[in-house]
Design a binder for this molecule. Structure first.
Ligand code: AMP
Ligand code: MG
Length: 327
């Protein structure tokens, strides 16, 4: 294995090395990426606060977490469960259940920086786009529509690029990203998954990302029970944001809130109801409110901004599927 830009080379793909194995130049590059991470997080969190969102701290252990099923993109090798105080809990796969409950009962407009533990299949180390521990900037808005959320994200991405071009020019130039990172025209383009499937086949995601020049939306994607599905038309009221050459960076939807629909979908998808006891109880009591939201992968966003070959490079302590480093 040779060293190239802070990475081990495995076949065609570079796997980022642990911190203690980096050369002086590789440490310098990692430092600059860390500054971009700081500026990105600082800007994004301020934008949420300015727009009236409240900041929740994340949870790690819960009885309920994201089933990540059925989602054609999910490939979890192992689900982590632990017994604490005589109860079985799971590590957070995403905070979707917490977001729905908190936005229904307490804080109508919320965001969190949430660590997600997803033990991805080890062959995913080579995609350059998967980690087994990553952070979602996850948010939810009571009574919002999909277009509310998509319009908000459009502006968020555009303003972030403007901000970084003005406030991180030296760092972006050092990383050779300044000239690639163009301010997109709004609204970002929207594509229907059905059209993409017709045009590009089953592997539409991989072809699609190569064919866009600016971030773009894909809507109407069949997946987990909590995304809103219109049973009469079969359409899903959900949306993913794709980054050119890199891939999906954000997934979101308008949510299901009606008990009868949630139950019907859980049965159809073979989801274990006992893992969602509280959500179901609140829905049955009419306490779950309609909402919409999304989760943005922080490392994926920064990976695209800095032009990394592998997402593990943007983590100080890389969490690459199949590779467990000391820290
Ligand atoms: P999901 O709800 O599965 O779509 O996850 C929300 C967002 O988290 C995705 O759009 C990605 O940006 C990010 N994400 C999901 N899985 C991973 C992973 N294994 N490694 C890094 N980021 C991920
Ligand atoms: Mg997704």
């Amino acid at each position: 294995m040779q060293s190239e830009r802070g990475a081990y080379v495995q076949g065609e793909t570079c796997l980022p090395k642990p911190l203690e194995h980096l050369s002086k130049e590789e440490i310098e590059r990692k430092r600059v990426i860390a500054t971009i991470m700081t500026k990105t997080l600082s800007h994004l969190t301020q934008e949420y606060i300015k727009n009236g969102f409240e900041w929740l701290l994340p949870v790690i252990f819960s009885k309920s977490t994201d089933p990540l099923w059925p989602d054609p993109g999910a490939s979890i090798e192992k689900r982590i469960e632990a017994e604490i105080y005589g109860e079985m809990v799971r590590t957070t796969l995403s905070m979707i259940v917490h977001k729905i409950v908190a936005s229904s009962l307490l804080i109508p407009k919320l965001f969190t920086l949430s660590p997600n533990v997803r033990i991805e299949r080890r062959d995913r180390c080579l995609t350059g786009w998967h980690l087994y521990e990553f952070t979602q900037l996850d948010f939810e808005v009571r009574e919002a529509t999909s277009s509310d959320i998509m319009n908000f994200v459009d502006k968020l991405i555009k303003n972030l690029i403007l901000y970084l071009r003005n406030n991180a020019k030296d760092e972006l130039e050092y990383l050779e990203s300044y000239n690639r990172l163009n301010v997109p025209d709004l609204p970002l383009k929207v594509f229907d998954r059905i059209d993409l499937e017709e045009k590009y086949g089953k592997d539409w995601e991989n072809v699609f990302k190569e064919n866009i020049r600016e971030p773009a939306w894909v809507v109407n994607i069949p997946r987990e029970f909590y995304d809103y599905e219109d049973f009469s038309t079969g359409r899903w009221d959900n949306y993913d944001l794709f980054l050119p050459k890199y891939g999906e960076v954000l997934s979101g939807s308008r949510r299901e809130w009606e008990y009868s629909k949630i139950i019907r979908k859980m049965e159809r998808d073979n989801i274990r109801r006992e893992n969602f006891t509280l959500l179901l109880k609140l829905a049955r009591e009419g306490k779950i409110k309609p909402s919409a939201g999304a989760g943005l992968g922080v490392e994926r966003l920064v990976c695209w901004i800095v032009g990394s070959k592998h997402i593990g490079e943007v983590q100080i302590f890389p969490k690459i599927p199949g590779l467990v480093y000391d820290l």
